[in-house]
Design a protein around this ligand. Structure first.
Ligand code: MG
Length: 385
């Protein structure tokens, strides 16, 4: 007979210690790598966002010099507390454990922002069943040991694993292991402290993506999972007696763009970029200029329809990069307004929508001041439903 084991501790039984007290000198940064921004969030925020879904009983351990900056970040996470770390990782984890009483505790490096909910769950389940759950991946490289006389010997690769965090433990066991460890011994991870106290670390499947940010190369932004690129382009003629609208912003000018809708050429290019990325028909097909329904319609309304279509398919917009080509009027004073307007329609921070403006040096229909052109590219991500 099989018994179903409940491996899901309630939120109050769970705790997490996130260690951020390292200096991270190998990254070449002049500041703690957990404060580095990857995209719009710091490394620490990216890590915390994954954990905060699992438990709010979190202690972040920081070095004295980073207490105020890290304190500022965690103030947005209700229930998360901050303690000062020690001279070594061992001392920092020990301080974090003392501040996080619970039944099952997850220990994680703040500089591993690509941890996933699945890895954390596997680690907790293993700790509940076996006492510990240590994320690890099989070694990809062949590992050699160099002997004192400079000879090298091979190690059996199939037995070797690279150990990561999260490492989850029964709280009472890991706390006792830390409290009774020899003070003169150097431990490189929590599983070693645990094993030293006579317990058996239990490995669970980590991920090769769950890297610890260590070198400058690790600081490059990660390509979003299932990222798809899109491109859109549009031109509209300038004429008298029409308003000039770009990215949903009304721009005072003696002429405006001619078209069936409000002729917002920038928003048209943005919509076509999004639709192209999602492998959907373009705006000419979706919103035909033969349909009176679209006569004079705000292109921002159409943009919200496009966003809803992407949303239905399971796609989210990562970023948009657009350029407007116009001889006149001068757009630089209003570019930030335009970015904010598009970003707000997309429910994204303004940093996700970049718009630049250029002239065409007097060349062509744009250069003669008779038209405005726009092109946009975007990245969207998600698994198509
Ligand atoms: Mg158009």
């Amino acid at each position: 007979m099989k018994y179903k084991v409940d491996t899901s501790p309630s939120r109050n039984e769970l705790g997490a210690v996130i260690v951020c007290a390292g200096k991270g000198e190998r990254t070449g940064l002049s500041y703690n790598k957990v404060l580095h921004r990857i995209g719009i969030k710091t490394v620490l925020e990216t890590t915390l966002d994954v954990f905060y879904d699992v438990t709010t009983n979190i202690t972040v351990v920081a070095a004295d010099c980073d207490m105020s900056k890290i304190g500022e970040i965690i103030s947005a996470y209700k229930g998360v507390s901050l303690v000062a770390g020690g001279a070594t990782r061992f001392d920092s984890v020990k301080a974090g454990l003392a501040a996080t009483p619970c039944d099952t505790v997850i220990i994680h490096d703040g500089a591993r922002p690509y941890v996933t909910r699945d890895i954390i769950t596997r680690s907790i389940e293993s700790a509940v069943l076996f006492g510990s759950g240590i994320a690890a991946v099989p070694c990809v490289d062949t590992v050699k040991r160099r002997t004192p006389d400079n000879a090298v010997t091979g190690l059996p690769r199939e037995e070797l694993f690279s150990v990561q965090t999260p490492q989850t433990f029964r709280y009472s066991e890991i706390r006792a292991a830390y409290d009774h460890a020899e003070s003169d011994r150097i431990f490189t991870d929590d599983a070693e402290v645990y094993e030293n106290a006579g317990f058996r670390p239990h490995l669970i499947e980590g991920s090769y993506d769950n890297i610890k940010i260590t070198t400058p190369r690790d600081l490059l932004p990660a390509m979003p999972q299932n990222g798809r690129i899109g491109i859109g382009y549009d031109v509209h003629r300038l004429t008298e007696g029409r308003p000039l609208i770009l990215g949903g912003v009304h721009i005072p000018y003696e002429r405006g763009l001619l078209g069936h809708s409000d002729a917002d050429v920038l928003t048209h290019a943005v919509m076509d970029a999004l639709l192209s990325a999602a492998d959907l028909p373009d705006i000419g097909v979706l919103f035909p200029d033969t349909d009176d329904k679209y006569l004079g319609i705000s292109s921002m309304k159409l943009l919200s329809e496009v966003i809803a279509k992407l949303d239905d398919l399971g796609y989210t917009v990562v970023n948009i990069s657009a350029v407007i080509a116009a001889q006149k009027p001068k757009l630089s004073p209003i570019i930030y307004e335009i970015r904010k307007s598009l970003a707000s329609a997309l429910a994204k921070p303004v940093e996700c929508v970049n718009v630049s403006a250029t002239t065409t040096e007097g060349l062509g229909i744009v250069g003669s001041g008779d038209a405005i052109a726009a092109s946009a590219s975007c990245i969207i991500s998600g698994e198509r439903k």
